[in-house]
Design a binder for this molecule. Structure first.
Ligand code: HPA
Length: 276
């Protein structure tokens, strides 16, 4: 069997020694959702560092652990902190937690992130539902021998973001008076922010928001047949669109400001997943 699958299997065995929790929905908490656990009836927390061979993030604000619990009656697994490709991990490690959550039973994946706004009508603090993505600038996590146990060699990506979940997000935002933009998210590798020329290029390609995560996770989850939805918090206008240089601190501050609405949208949407 392949190295990547062997490692995944060992991580699965490691997590199962600590909990028998079976999530329905997995939620990846991006910047701004760091203290999201307060919305969950927490059953069990496991630090990534407690799991053998599990990739542990080095980014400030991304200290990593799984939080298992309930939102209403929905069993959820939250990832507080994710690892990024730019940290130097192979992309197979970047997507390992997503694959692990699917093996634990998660059928739905709710991806969140902070992103730069590329669409000129966006403002810092906006929330954007991800309708589609551009993966062309990030490494594909499925490169290498196909892991037949997880999914097919050439998975379809024509509807990565589940239509029903998108409808639920739009409906939930409306009901809660939360303004929700919609658009295409592109993943760049980072860690440097983009240049203004790169942002113009991305806009020309039909991209509305840009970040350094999420797409590789969506591809790995799509490969395994998970139903996926995603929301970006537009933490800044992308390079060249405002007079200010970009800084990680400002990105985090803007994400924190949008956090109350972001948390509400995530929580109320997850509650709505009972019916779909
Ligand atoms: N570019 C890339 N990633 C980001 C940005 C950005 O402008 N803002 C937050 N994450």
């Amino acid at each position: 069997m392949g190295e990547v699958y062997d490692k995944l299997t060992r991580c699965y065995e490691s997590v199962r020694k600590k909990t028998d929790f079976v999530p329905k929905t997995a939620i990846v908490l991006g910047s701004g959702l760091g203290d999201y656990a307060e919305n969950i009836r927490v059953i069990h927390e496991i630090s990534y560092s407690e799991l053998e061979e599990f990739p542990v993030s080095t980014v400030p604000g991304h200290a990593g652990k799984f939080i298992f619990g309930f939102i209403d009656d929905i069993p959820v697994a939250c990832m507080k902190g994710r690892v990024h490709y730019y940290e130097g991990y192979p992309v197979s490690d970047v997507v390992l937690p997503i694959r692990l959550l699917k093996l634990m039973g998660a059928e739905i994946l709710f991806l969140t992130n902070a992103a730069g706004g590329v669409n000129t009508s966006f403002h810092a603090g906006d929330l954007m539902m991800i309708k589609d993505h551009i993966s062309a600038f990030a490494p594909n996590p499925l490169i290498g021998p196909n892991i037949e146990e997880l999914g097919p060699r050439f998975p379809d990506m024509s509807a990565v973001y589940d239509k029903k979940l998108q409808e639920l997000l739009v409906r939930t935002a409306k009901e809660n008076h939360i303004f929700l933009q919609e658009g295409v998210y592109a993943q760049m590798t980072g860690p440097s922010y983009e240049s203004p020329a790169e942002i113009r290029m991305l806009r020309g390609l039909g991209c509305d928001a840009v970040g350094m995560s999420t797409v590789v996770e969506a591809i790995a989850a799509g490969h395994m047949g998970m139903r996926i939805c995603g929301v970006s918090c537009i933490s800044n206008l992308a390079a060249g669109m405002s007079a200010n240089p970009l800084s990680h601190r400002e990105v985090q501050e803007a994400a924190d400001m949008a956090a109350p609405n972001f948390k509400k949208l995530v929580t109320e949407t997850v509650k709505g997943m009972a019916g779909i």
